[in-house]
Ligand binder design. Sequence first.
Ligand code: FES
Length: 130
Amino acid sequence: MVASNKSWIRLCELDQVPADHCINVYVNGQRLVIARCEDSAHVLQGYCSHMLFYLKDAKIDGCVVTCNLHGSQFDVRDGSVVRWTEAASGKVLEDIKEKKRLRSYETEVRDGIVFLAWATSDPDKVKVKF
Ligand code: FES
């Protein structure tokens, strides 16, 4: 269910989203990526939280995306950090995991179509570009 100030925006067919790497999508000029995870798709910020490297073409294995620059890994379902590139342990690592989570967006797949929940009451004004 989407709050009243949000609308479902059609992005693409699920079959257009590769299983093994992220693809870019621009929504009102914001650079995002779509990542597939089995029969679902998820929309995340378009750049890594380590050093802002673009996640376009980042490899996906299962539901984990790996940044092409230094190898940090994130769960595409919620953006959580799976592995951080630099040596860290204990409380430092826990802080990193909390602070460096990728922003994830509410996404649904219905009848083979990927939809994104977007904060707008006028979906006709939302521009989607690949
Ligand atoms: S920029 Fe992604 S791991 Fe460094």
